[in-house]
Design a binder for this molecule. Structure first.
Ligand code: AMP
Length: 425
C-alpha cells in the first residue's frame, strides 16, 4: 500500500531542494552582512505562548495537541513569539541592540492553495532594543536588500503604521484589547463589520469617516501624509504617530530605499504590532502574493520580560521561491557529484575506493557501487550529467588512471597525484 502526504505538505526532490538551499544561503548571507546572528527554537511550544498575544481565534489555525503528560502544545505557526520567548528567557541582559535571525518551518491549519501550505518555511529577523527611526528603517532596508540580492524584480514594498489608528482609538478611550480586535477586522478587509463595531464602541460619525478615510490612503508619501493630516486634524496622538512614521521614512530614504507605497490601510493580522508595519507583495503571485510582513512591536512583556522596543519581519520562503521562478530568475544550486569513479572489475574496487576518498578532499565524487560493467556504468554517468569519469584499472599499477571527459568523450591517462589538481581546477 502506498501512503500519500498529509494535505498541505510537500516533498522536495533533489533539484528543487538544491535551488531552495542556494536561495536560503544567499538570504542568510545578507542577514549576516547586516550583523544578524542566527537563533533556533523548538518546532513546538506551549499553546499559551501562541495564544498569549495572537488571541484565542488563532487556535482554529493551529496544529495543537496534548502530549502524554497532558500538556497543551502547538506546532509553531510563526517564529516571532518563540524568538521573543527565547529573548526573555536567555538574552534579556545582553548588550542592546540584539540582532537575531531565524529560518524554520511553520505550521498552520489553513485551506491549502497555490502559495499557501500547512507546512511552510519562514526566514526572518528581530532587532531588539531600539525604537529609533533608523532601527525600524533598517529592518525594512534589510528585507529589500535580501530581495535585491536574490534578483527578484517584480515586487512592491508597502509601508504603513498601525500606531496611527491605535492612538486614534486610544484617544477615544478604547482599550488595547478592543484595538486589537478592530485591527483584526481591518486586516480581514470587512468594511461593514468595521463600521458596525466602531458604532458599537460609540465612535461619532465624524470619527468613523476619518478612520475609513485614513484606511484608504495609499500612494506617494507627500500626498498621503497631507491628506492624513487633514483627516486627523485635532487628534494629536494619532498625528504624533504619523510624524514618527515620517521619521522612519526619512531614515529609509538614507538607506537608499525610495521606491515604496505609503499605505495607511495595512493592519497586519497579529495583535502585537504597535507602530510601523510593512508588507511586500510579489506582483506576479496572484491571491497569495504577500511574501513578507513585518513591523515594530512590543511582545517581551507578554512573556514576562521587561518591555523592549523591537522591529522585525518574516519572509514566506516558499512564496519567495515561487516569485523568483515567476520572475524567471535562474536558481541553480549544487546538486550532487559531477565526478564518478568506476573500477574496471572487482579486482580494482579497493583501489577505486581509495582514489575516491583521495578526491573527496577537494571535490564531490560518487563511486560505482553496482558492480556494473564499465559500459553500463558510463551510460549511467552520462544520464546523470556527470562531467568526468575516473576509470580505475591496470594503469593504477603505474600510479595512473584514465580520465574521461564525458562531454567531449576524450579520454587520457593521468597521474593519480595530478588527478585531484586537474579535477579541482
Ligand atoms: P505572517 O506571520 O502571517 O505575517 O506571515 C509571514 C509570511 O509568511 C507571509 O508574508 C507569507 O509570505 C508567509 N506565509 C504565511 N502563511 C503561509 C502559508 N500558509 N503558506 C505559505 N506561506 C505562508
Amino acid at each position: 500500500m502506498k501512503y500519500s502526504r498529509p494535505r498541505g505538505t510537500r516533498d522536495f526532490l533533489p533539484e528543487e531542494m538544491a535551488a531552495r538551499r542556494s536561495v536560503e544561503q544567499r538570504m542568510r548571507r545578507v542577514f549576516v552582512r547586516f550583523g544578524y546572528a542566527e537563533v533556533a527554537t523548538p518546532t513546538f511550544e506551549h499553546l499559551e505562548l501562541i495564544t498569549a498575544k495572537s488571541g484565542e481565534e488563532i487556535v482554529a489555525h493551529l496544529y495543537h495537541f496534548k502530549d502524554k503528560g497532558g500538556r497543551d502544545l502547538a506546532l509553531r505557526p510563526e517564529l516571532t513569539a518563540p524568538v521573543m520567548r527565547l529573548y526573555v528567557n536567555e538574552l534579556q541582559s545582553s548588550p542592546k541592540p540584539l540582532r537575531l535571525y531565524y529560518f524554520g518551518n511553520c505550521f498552520r491549519y489553513e485551506r491549502p492553495q497555490a502559495g499557501r501550505y500547512r507546512e511552510f518555511w519562514q526566514a526572518g529577523v528581530e532587532l531588539i532594543g531600539s525604537s529609533s527611526p533608523e532601527a525600524q528603517a533598517e529592518v525594512i532596508a534589510l528585507a529589500k536588500a535580501v530581495l535585491d540580492e536574490l534578483g527578484l524584480r517584480n515586487y512592491e514594498l508597502h509601508v504603513g503604521s498601525v500606531g496611527v489608528l491605535r492612538k486614534f482609538l486610544e484617544e477615544r478611550g478604547i482599550a488595547e484589547g478592543e484595538q486589537c480586535r478592530i485591527m483584526g477586522i481591518i486586516d480581514k478587509g470587512d468594511e461593514e463589520q468595521l463600521e458596525e463595531e466602531l458604532l458599537k464602541l460609540g465612535l461619532s460619525e465624524e470619527d468613523r469617516s476619518a478612520i475609513a478615510g485614513v484606511l484608504e490612503l495609499k500612494g506617494e508619501r507627500s500626498a498621503v501624509v497631507s491628506r492624513a493630516e487633514e483627516l486627523l486634524a485635532g487628534r494629536e496622538a494619532a498625528l504624533n504617530e504619523l510624524r514618527e512614521l515620517e521619521g522612519i521614512l526619512d531614515a529609509l530614504e538614507s538607506f537608499g530605499v525610495r521606491e515604496y507605497t505609503l499605505n495607511l490601510g495595512i493592519a497586519r493580522g497579529l495583535d502585537y504590532y504597535t507602530g510601523m508595519v510593512f508588507e511586500i507583495y510579489a506582483s506576479k503571485l496572484g491571491a497569495e502574493k504577500q511574501i513578507c510582513g513585518g513591523g515594530s512591536y512590543s511582545l517581551a512583556e507578554t512573556f514576562g520580560g521587561k518591555p523592549v522596543a523591537t522591529s522585525g519581519f518574516a519572509f514566506g520562503f516558499d512564496r519567495i521561491m515561487l516569485a523568483l521562478e515567476k520572475d524567471g530568475v535562474e536558481l541553480g544550486g549544487e546538486e550532487g557529484a559531477k565526478i564518478m569513479v568506476i573500477p574496471f572489475g572487482e579486482e580494482y574496487l579497493d583501489r577505486a575506493i581509495e582514489i575516491s576518498a583521495l578526491l573527496r578532499r577537494s571535490v564531490a565524487c560518487e563511486l560505482e557501487v553496482m558492480r556494473r560493467k564499465v559500459k553500463k556504468a558510463l551510460s549511467y554517468a552520462s544520464s546523470k550529467g556527470i562531467d568526468y569519469v575516473v576509470l580505475v584499472g591496470e594503469e593504477t599499477e603505474r600510479g595512473r588512471v584514465l580520465l574521461k571527459d564525458m562531454r567531449s568523450g576524450e579520454q587520457r591517462e593521468v597521474d593519480i597525484e595530478e588527478l585531484e589538481r586537474e579535477l579541482a581546477g
